[in-house]
Design a protein around this ligand. Structure first.
Ligand code: NAD
Length: 484
């Protein structure tokens, strides 16, 4: 990809520090969702390519990468962070064309990528074992060791953020990585290869292979020399990944979907809550795992909240990503069809408000209007299933007990937020909610790279982000020494 400040080939794969042609010779088109134009072609890696990538990672562990100290690894990550920071604008434009994200959102993702590498660069030499008091003649201590070769399979919706959190933590712990980004958006993932070389990462410590999930992704998880899989994606594929990983008995982290609620009690500061209630549902055109697709509201303030949300909703603008309005297109015609099919189920529902299309939208772009539905029963499919589009439902509740019951009524459990000024209620509800993160009087906490993230139930298991990820990307050895 040609860019003033950043050059790398998008039709090759990155193995052992070099750009290579894939053995299959097949190419896959990458579309700009804003206008349907093909902007690049990527390699469709086959078993041989995956094998080479895994071998290259294994060799790196036995050579220069494996020889580095924790602080040397940390310095490389800090250098990588600096290189990303110098290319924020370049990376944001690429992501915006590739994913259809409004430019501002793409920029904030590029910043998050830099921040993840910075955080994990600083953390790599601060993870320690412990000594354990034991029998009189023993000294016992623990060592934190890398798994070995880690496979990273990621989706198309937030490539940069997810690369930062998953590769950053894994490299910090001394694993060698093979990254398989989504075939629908992977151009910034490939840029990491170029930046890793510039930063001076040893050959083979980072490998990047593109291709179809059912082929290259599946080949990666089946490879006998993979020691850990970090998968971010859908529930359907997550189940397959876990099943395949079980055959080789390797650990998996699953970061899957969600149907996350915001619970608005009658004493909530509505003016403060409103932007969060809406933005968390429409950001990235609703294609966010932690999107707040359910708004649970006390019946006592339902009319007031609906009126206020509607007034803001009808001002939302859908535009080409580069025009940087509230929403860009969704990723593909397939995704638009999934959303449209869900909307067909809304015939019995009241659409309270919806956004507007800008007038200059290219005919071939994949645009969807954001829609807000009111008075929705919690058992309705639109209130139970992940749509992955800009669709929010408002569900009235009677009291605290009812709110918790509704919040916990889906198979998912990723994040939730509680809007109330009552401190005791904040604590009670935060404890009762089944999810990996709970926000009180905010949503998302600014995305904090420091904050452990992950799900319960159908939202997955294991944690990424924060220090917690470093434990997930390592394994513990106990050493018990008997004194002579
Ligand atoms: P997906 O499951 O279709 O694809 C994810 C990745 O898996 C892609 O790289 C794909 O190529 C690969 N893949 C597909 N089939 C495979 C197979 N058989 N074996 C191995 N790999 C395979 O998901 P998507 O459509 O790219 O992303 C959307 C989903 O991701 C949503 O459900 C969303 O909630 C979830 N997501 C979760 C998080 C989180 O942190 N919890 C973050 C972002 C997205």
């Amino acid at each position: 990809m040609l860019n003033d400040n950043l050059w790398y080939p998008t039709d090759k794969i990155f193995i052992n520090g070099q750009w290579k042609d894939c053995h299959s010779k097949n190419r896959l088109p990458i579309e700009n969702p804003s206008n349907g134009e093909v902007i690049a072609e990527i390699s469709d890696s086959c078993d041989i390519d995956i094998d080479e990538a895994v071998n290259s990672a294994s060799n790196a562990l036995n050579n220069s990468w494996g020889d580095l100290t924790a602080s040397e690894r940390g310095r490389l990550l800090l250098k990588l962070s600096e290189l990303v920071r110098n290319r924020i604008d370049n990376l944001a434009i690429i992501e915006s064309f590739d994913v259809g994200k409004p430019l501002k959102q793409a920029k904030s993702d590029a910043l998050a990528l830099a921040r993840y590498f910075e955080f994990y660069g600083g953390a790599s030499d601060k993870i320690m074992g412990e000594t354990i008091p034991y029998l009189k003649d023993y000294t016992v201590y623990t060592l934190r060791e890398p798994h070995g070769v880690t496979g990273h399979i990621i989706p198309w919706n937030y490539p940069m953020q997810i690369i930062g959190r998953t590769l950053g933590a894994s490299l910090a712990m001394g694993n060698a990585c093979v990254l398989k980004p989504s075939e629908e958006a992977c151009l910034t993932a490939l840029a990491i290869g170029q930046l890793a070389n510039e930063a001076g990462f040893p050959e083979g410590s980072i490998n990047i292979v593109t291709g179809l999930g059912e082929k290259s992704g599946s080949s990666l998880i089946k490879h006998p020399d993979i020691n850990h899989i970090s998968f971010t994606g859908s529930v359907e594929i997550g189940k397959k990944v876990q099943t395949e990983a079980a055959k080789n008995l390797i650990p998996v982290t699953l970061e899957l979907g969600g149907k996350s609620p915001q619970i608005v009690f009658e004493d909530a500061n509505l003016e403060k809550a409103l932007p969060f209630l809406i933005n968390a549902g429409i950001q990235n055109a609703g294609q966010t795992c932690s999107a707040s697709s359910r708004i649970l509201v006390s019946k006592k303030i339902y009319p007031e909240l609906i009126e206020k949300m509607s007034k803001l909703y009808c001002k939302l603008k859908v535009a080409q990503a580069i025009d940087d309005k509230d929403l860009g297109p969704v990723i593909s015609s397939r995704q638009r069809e999934i959303i449209t099919n869900y909307l067909k189920l809304s015939k019995d529902l009241e659409c309270i408000s919806e956004g507007k299309f800008e007038t200059n939208l290219p005919e071939k772009g994949y645009y969807v209007l954001p829609k807000l539905f009111g008075n929705v029963k919690y058992s309705h499919r639109l209130a139970q299933e992940e749509i992955f589009g800009p669709v929010q439902v408002v569900i009235p509740f009677e009291d605290e007990e009812d709110a918790v019951k509704i919040a916990n009524s889906t198979k998912y459990g990723l994040v939730a937020s509680i809007w109330t000024l009552d401190g005791a209620r904040q604590m009670r509800v935060a404890k009762a909610i089944k999810s990996g993160q709970v926000f009180i009087n905010n949503y998302g906490a600014g995305g904090g790279v420091e904050l452990p993230f992950g799900g319960k139930g159908y939202s997955g298991h294991g944690r990424e982000k924060g220090f917690e990820a470093l434990y997930g990307f390592s394994t513990l050895k106990t050493v018990a020494a008997l004194h002579e």
